[in-house]
Design a protein around this ligand. Structure first.
Ligand code: NAG
Ligand code: NAG
Ligand code: NAG
Ligand code: NAG
Ligand code: NAG
Length: 747
């Protein structure tokens, strides 16, 4: 009952009145490509379960096709299940421990538990489904029965697709899928029947009465042999006209259309779609899954892959078979054919980068910033670090170890600085700028240990930039502003004699950003004393970064923040709380900040499916929608600005636009509510509330005289700009009456 209520709500939210803009599709029919839900929403629920099918209906475009892999039971009933073997995806091996058999299937000996050895009653009453893919939620395991074909048709799917692998296998067990389908088709509409077996498709011709069932020939791997003709599937690529004599379309692995090379980069597309369309065959691509990234070219954005198949200049496939039908729906209804030059709605949240487009190129390099601009970022960011000789440059952290090739040349300088981090590092303030320039940047992948590496082709590409170069680049680019992040100011001043605050002020004035009203300037720090210094320039927006996860921001703390900052930068978990890999609720932090007119930046968004909670369906856009439309943050801070820009540019990001389909924020807890109580992850202790003491910092210490010790590398006499190094600090005092307090510190 609970399930139905929740699903109904989702369904109603998706069903609005006006239509999305019509688009020209290069499909065979000219209509939008189909979303075909493989086993329902099998990316979240056990495949082919009732939940999976209902969820697919509720969260996809309206004409979503429910896809059922037909298996037959000993008593001739039909069930929906992807594999012949039931063992990995059901509890059958423990219920019937002696039920294992070995059978030949299309020339191979296959061992497991087969539906043909059990009656439908035995299966339905005793066996339940489990998740067979480890990256997907297991909380529904053991609570859902196997679906009979009737269980799916009773949901009144807008379209229904049956796939049957090898009828020869069923015939060997005195069963016949032709008889089964012929009898079922009298009662329910089967819109599509696919099979990799030509004789099976041929034997259905003329048997389906007046129904408009389309027969689809399914291609297996190129070297697999089609059982009726003994030809390889590859051989049919040059004989599409023959297929047209018994089928109206083909279902092919997606690599037949966009091949991926051994390094997982995308090669140019084949001519298959054009060739098939030329002989009147539809083309369906199999199969898409958000949690199985296909190629580095997609930057872990699953919508990018669909668009490659449906919105390129040469063709569109006629449908996509997917485990995540909501993401396919998004690509079709919200993202395809969007004019990339459309000016985004005013008042929408800002896209702020995290070290440029660091999901694609090594962070804080010229390439990462260029990519960010091309991808549609509003604000590019520079986390300022200092070299030993006082050059301010952009890098996520003062530790060069993970972010460059420093380990190869400067390991002797590795040291531990507890004020900065607990593990040892090679710190920029121990190297001269020319030494740092001799290093290659390194692309970091936060989820590489889980096998999700970023763009290896660009591993060491790009150049580090000085803050001055960064500001000049931003000035001439189309971004609307910059964010300058300052950390460790007190340590650098008191221990290293480096004035990072002065360096930033100097660079901003020198690049005439102090009188450049057409670019927005954000000064961000985790230290309120740093922000206090910049209060003098009212055109700067000051952002306090609060790195710890908090559950609440009481009024006294918010009032204190208001003294120093116009905005806060918060981790995603301080805004949308999670428990295990599930969302448990929205905090009130954004509301409380907004009540005090403090903007909220949410950070850091990453595309990799393992970086986001199950509730978002492994879809980074659903997470963005939740923060933007659900919690109304003022900025998203992201390593993949292209994904944020595609979402915010989409008509579907405006929930007031009455569209057929929208990208909806999630309801916290709605997925957990579908699981049996005993399967829920243990509740975690809530994060603490933010206290006034948490944000208070001691006054910044003065910048001490240059340390003479531990100089392994001789400091150069000039900076790359050609100026004597001391001139940079000197010019602060000369330049700025407004910065008089800094000059005091210098004395
Ligand atoms: C079942 O699981 C085993 C071990 O994890 C694996 O080798 C096999 O390929 C799986 N079979 C199916 C049908 O997924
Ligand atoms: C995929 O990325 C690689 C490496 O950046 C590039 O050479 C290739 O052209 C891209 N493929 C397509 C189809 O865009
Ligand atoms: C909120 O802050 C902005 C600047 O951050 C300012 O322009 C605006 O007037 C403030 N509004 C209120 C109601 O204080
Ligand atoms: C100041 O700007 C000029 C021109 O943009 C540049 O050549 C010079 O290096 C800059 N100086 C400093 C100290 O950043
Ligand atoms: C092995 C097993 O548990 N079999 C049970 C399956 O369900 C029926 C009822 O439908 C029982 O009678 C069997 O004992």
């Amino acid at each position: 009952m609970m399930l139905r209520v929740i699903l109904l709500v989702l369904l109603l939210l998706h069903e609005t009145t006006a239509a999305n803009l019509p688009a020209k599709w290069q499909t065979l029919s000219g209509g939008a490509p189909l979303v075909i839900a493989q086993g329902g929403f099998s990316g979240v629920f056990p495949e082919s379960s009732q939940y999976a099918y209902q969820f697919a209906q509720a969260n996809s475009v309206k004409n979503v096709v429910l896809y059922c892999d037909l298996q037959m039971t000993k008593d001739g009933a039909g069930i929906c299940h992807t594999d012949y073997r039931l063992d990995n995806s059901t509890t059958i091996s423990s219920v019937f421990p002696k039920g294992q058999k070995t059978y030949p299937i299309n020339g191979k000996q296959v061992r497991g538990w087969f539906a043909v050895d059990f009656t439908s009653d035995q299966l339905y009453n005793n066996v339940s489904l489990i998740q067979s893919i480890y990256s997907r939620p297991s909380i529904f395991d053991g609570s859902l029965p196997i679906s009979m074909v009737e269980d799916v048709t009773e949901l009144h799917p807008s379209q229904f697709w049956i796939n049957l692998q090898f009828n020869t296998f069923f015939k060997a067990h005195n069963l016949d899928a032709v008889d089964y389908i012929t009898s079922v088709s009298g009662q329910v509409v089967i819109d599509y029947i696919s099979s990799p077996e030509i004789d099976f498709l041929r034997s259905l011709m003329g048997k389906l009465g007046r129904s408009k069932t389309k027969l689809i020939f399914r291609f297996l791997s190129v070297d697999d042999v089609e059982p009726s003709t003994k030809k390889t599937y590859q051989a049919f690529l040059t004989d599409l006209a023959t297929i047209k004599s018994f089928a109206s379309g083909i279902l092919v692995p997606k690599s037949y259309i966009w091949p991926v090379n051994h390094d997982q980069y995308l090669e140019p597309h084949t001519s298959l779609v054009a060739d098939a369309h030329a002989v009147g065959l539809e083309v369906y691509a199999d199969y898409f899954a958000n949690d199985m990234p296909a190629s580095y070219n997609y930057s872990f954005d699953p919508t990018a892959e669909y668009l490659q198949f449906i919105d390129n200049s040469d063709f569109s496939v006629d449908g996509v078979l997917t485990d995540f039908p909501s993401t396919a729906s998004e690509a079709i209804a919200c993202l395809a054919h969007n004019d990339k030059n459309v000016v985004p709605n005013k008042g929408r949240p800002l896209i702020i980068t995290h070290n440029g487009a660091s999901g694609v190129y090594a962070g804080s390099t010229d390439l990462a910033y260029q990519q960010a601009v091309a991808d549609g970022a509003d604000i590019i960011d520079c986390s300022v670090q200092m070299s030993k000789d006082g050059v301010a440059f952009c890098l996520e952290s003062p530790d060069l170890m993970g972010h460059s090739t420093a380990v190869q040349t400067f390991m002797s300088l590795a040291t531990t600085v507890p004020e900065i981090q607990s593990n040892n590092g090679i710190f920029s303030f121990d190297l001269s700028w020319s030494d740092i320039l001799s290093l290659k940047p390194a692309l970091t992948s936060p989820l590489s240990q889980a096998g999700l590496s970023r763009n290896p082709a660009a591993k060491n590409a790009g150049k580090f930039m000085t803050l001055g170069d960064f500001l000049n680049f931003a000035k001439t680019s189309t971004v609307s502003g910059v964010l300058i992040n300052i950390e460790n100011a007190a340590y650098l001043a008191s221990k290293k004699g480096l004035g990072i605050v002065d360096a930033v002020s100097t660079a901003l004035s020198n690049a005439s950003y102090d009188q450049q009203p057409n670019k927005q300037i954000f000064i961000q720090s985790d230290d309120i004393q740093v922000l206090a210094v910049f209060k003098k320039n009212p055109s700067y927006t000051r952002v306090l970064s609060i790195k710890e996860t908090i559950s609440d921001a009481p009024k006294p703390t918010v009032d204190e923040i208001k003294q120093f900052a116009d905005a806060v930068d918060l981790p995603r978990t301080s805004i949308v709380a999670d428990s295990g890999s599930f969302i448990s609720g929205f905090t009130d932090v954004v509301k409380k900040m907004h009540a005090a007119n403090i903007s909220v930046h949410a950070s850091v968004f990453r595309n990799e499916y393992l970086a986001i909670a199950f509730d978002y369906f492994s879809d980074p856009m659903v997470e963005l929608a939740t923060f933007v439309a659900g919690v109304e943050v003022d900025a998203v801070v992201t390593e993949f600005p292209a994904t944020a820009a595609a979402y915010l540019r989409s008509p579907c990001s405006d929930l007031n636009a009455k569209l057929d389909y929208s990208i909806l924020p999630i309801e916290p807890g709605s997925l957990l509510a579908l699981a049996p109580p005993e399967a829920l992850p243990p509740a975690e202790a809530p994060a603490p509330a933010l206290q006034v003491a948490d944000i208070q910092d001691p006054p910044l210490p003065p910048v001490i005289g240059r340390s003479q010790t531990s100089s392994v590398v001789a400091p150069p006499t000039t900076s790359p700009s050609g100026q004597p190094t001391n001139a940079a600090s000197l010019s602060v005092c000369l330049l700025a009456a407004v910065l008089s307090c800094l000059c005091v510190m210098y004395q």
